[in-house]
Design a protein around this ligand. Structure first.
Ligand code: 5GP
Length: 147
């Protein structure tokens, strides 16, 4: 894969957007979808994606769609920090396999960081579904009550 890779409509995030694959959804509107990472690098690791852009990365996404995504990233980062009380939070976005990208539908990572805890291996180690369900319920409640 390279930065110039062609968008593959069968990528896993495209499947999630179409409802062909499941996700632990945290937020959805007409343009943006957010859900828990299935292979989290930390407790609360969340992904935010544009729904209408067939874009692999930051080079080809349209700026309006990107702006909508970052607004949701901020909203969810606030909710995650309020609910999980991490000591820090990383907001990240990778472009191209050499930069660490493994799913080629543009997305942003929200990765809470806890003092003394290292980061899990990227895109490895599937989370316990029961834990993800519990976490989803907590965060949904927080998002619903957030100003
Ligand atoms: P990237 O490496 O492309 O920046 O990030 C892709 C992310 O998607 C990784 O953090 C990986 O754990 C996550 N991921 C891969 N497959 C799935 C999946 O089927 N469902 C969810 N929710 N996350 C996934």
């Amino acid at each position: 894969m390279s930065l110039t890779t062609t968008y593959d409509p069968q990528n896993i995030f495209a499947q999630i957007i179409r409802g062909d694959a499941p996700c632990y959804k945290l937020y959805e509107d007409d343009d943006v979808l957010a859900f828990l990472d299935l292979f989290p690098q930390s407790f609360g690791h969340t992904l935010v994606i544009p729904k209408r852009s067939a874009a692999c990365n930051i080079l080809d996404v349209d700026s309006e769609a990107l702006a909508r995504v970052i607004k949701v990233v901020q909203k969810l980062t606030r909710a995650i920090v309020a609910e999980l009380e991490p000591d820090g939070v990383q907001v990240a976005q990778f472009n191209g396999a050499p930069a660490g990208q493994t799913v080629f539908h543009i997305h942003m990572h929200i990765v809470p960081r806890y003092a003394g805890e290292g980061l899990g291996i990227h895109a490895a180690g599937k989370a316990d579904p029961a834990e993800l369900e519990k976490l989803q319920a907590r965060l949904l409640q927080r998002i619903a009550t957030q100003a």
